[in-house]
Design a binder for this molecule. Structure first.
Ligand SMILES: Cc1cc2nc3c(=O)[nH]c(=O)nc-3n(C[C@H](O)[C@H](O)[C@H](O)COP(=O)(O)OP(=O)(O)OC[C@H]3O[C@@H](n4cnc5c(N)ncnc54)[C@H](O)[C@@H]3O)c2cc1C
Length: 388
């Protein structure tokens, strides 16, 4: 493993994680992919192993480790080939919990972050709305203050863990007339009256539940506001750097997995009296794909290094997601081709991998939106600053 970024401790962590996933997760993946529901016991096992707390403060039960442990977690989750399971884990640990840790007060952290780290509570992050996801500032959900509570109305869609989570981190407009300066973030218990969720059917990520959620006059106590009122948009944007880097890392890891599998297959598969890995056309394609993945991986590690040091890497994280998700789709498409007809079969990993990978350029900021951000930085010299 790359010694420039990974120490012996990192490597030991990776090994124990691999063993854990092989023993505790892999035997259940086929069932969860079929039912679209991840058994609850695994959340607690992840919690017991400390996997949900690796980058969170010790004061709340976390391990406060550097960001490369998070990268290892994400990479290894991709290599068991269930984009849905990996998504469910990171939507909890790096979407919902990131907000809890950054904007939550001590009471909120004790109530939600601590049981999230132990795996007793599962969270989701609700930003996207049926009327539009890219235009975050255009969201229509409202939270109107009345005495000691807010009244929340509106709807969210495509929410990972949106059906089975215990709590929801929700963005809504507290001052709609202020546009993106009127958005606030709340934490809601699933059993607050007026919340309903419907599970959506989808192309890939089949093990994870993706929900459409309606809020009908939900009374949200004032103490469930997270951070400052009307600062929500800034909080959301700030966390996109980590989210997008993670999506880039996920993409290089699943591309690597596809290549590793395809190489083994090509060694064993024969045509015209020789292994198919001896055909020059395929060898050159492998050389090209490997080059692309390796370059993305090195770039993603360097961005991780800078983010870990506290740099605000909006530009680099956008580049990471934009480029690596595109490369992963191309690599996986081609690896499926290397397997011929078997690539198209569900008994082989490429079919699921291709379905799951397609979400990369869509979720957490589409490729078009990332190009918009990058164009503003590069051409208009726009600068972005962290909210806190
Ligand atoms: C499986 C899955 C899981 C998800 N999980 C979550 C989650 O947990 N929480 C959450 O909040 N969201 C989640 N999302 C939502 C995801 O982030 C959005 O789908 C994404 O941001 C795009 O929003 P949209 O689907 O509304 O597309 P739109 O915003 O309607 O965009 C449609 C098309 O128009 C393009 N477009 C839009 N604006 C521009 C522009 N200015 N310039 C050029 N092109 C543009 C887009 O790139 C896209 O191609 C999930 C989505 C999926 C599919």
């Amino acid at each position: 493993m790359n010694s420039m970024y990974f120490t012996e401790e990192h490597n030991l962590f990776r090994k124990s994680l691999q063993d854990f996933l092989k023993k505790e997760v892999v035997p259940h993946i086929e069932t969860w992919e079929k039912t679209g529901k991840i058994d609850r016991f695994i959340w607690k096992k992840f919690g017991d192993m400390g996997f949900f707390g690796i980058n969170y403060p010790e004061a709340y039960g976390g391990l406060n480790l550097d960001l490369f442990y998070t990268i290892i977690l994400q990479e290894e989750l991709q290599k068991i080939n269930s984009g849905g399971f990996a998504a469910a884990i990171w939507a909890h640990a790096y979407l919902a919990m990131t907000h809890l840790n950054a904007e939550g007060n001590d009471r909120q952290k004790k109530q939600y972050l601590v049981p999230s780290i132990t795996g007793e509570k599962v969270g989701c992050l609700c930003i996207t709305e049926p009327f539009g996801g890219s235009d975050v500032a255009g969201m229509r959900s409202t939270a109107v203050k009345q005495d000691d509570h807010y009244v929340l109305n509106g709807s969210k869609t495509f929410i990972t863990n949106g059906v089975y989570s215990d709590y929801l981190i929700v963005a809504a407009k507290t001052n709609p007339e202020l546009g993106n300066k009127g958005i606030s973030i709340f934490v809601l218990d699933r059993d607050f009256k007026g919340i309903t969720a419907t599970k959506l059917d989808k192309l890939g990520w089949r093990a994870s539940d993706t929900g459409e959620i309606a809020f009908d006059n939900v009374k949200v106590p004032i103490e469930n506001l997270m951070g400052e009122e009307n600062k929500g948009f800034n909080y959301i944007m700030q966390h996109f750097a980590l989210e997008r880097l993670i999506m880039g890392v996920n993409a290089h890891a699943r591309a690597e997995y596809a290549l590793e599998y395809a190489l083994e297959y090509m060694k064993e598969r024969h045509a015209f009296g020789k292994s198919i890995n001896q055909f020059q056309a395929l060898r050159h394609t492998i050389a090209d794909l490997y080059t692309e993945v390796e370059i993305c991986k090195e770039f993603n590690y360097s961005v991780t290094y800078r983010l870990n040091k506290g740099e605000y890497v909006v530009k680099e994280a956008s580049m990471s997601k934009l480029k690596t998700t595109q490369v992963a789709d191309e690599v996986i498409y081609q690896c499926l081709q290397f397997l011929g007809g078997y690539g198209y079969m569900e008994d082989y990993p490429m079919a699921r991998l291709m379905r799951d990978s397609r979400l990369g350029p869509i979720g957490g900021g589409t490729s078009e939106i990332l190009r918009e951000i990058l164009a503003k930085i590069i051409i208009d010299k726009k600068t972005y600053k962290p909210a806190t």
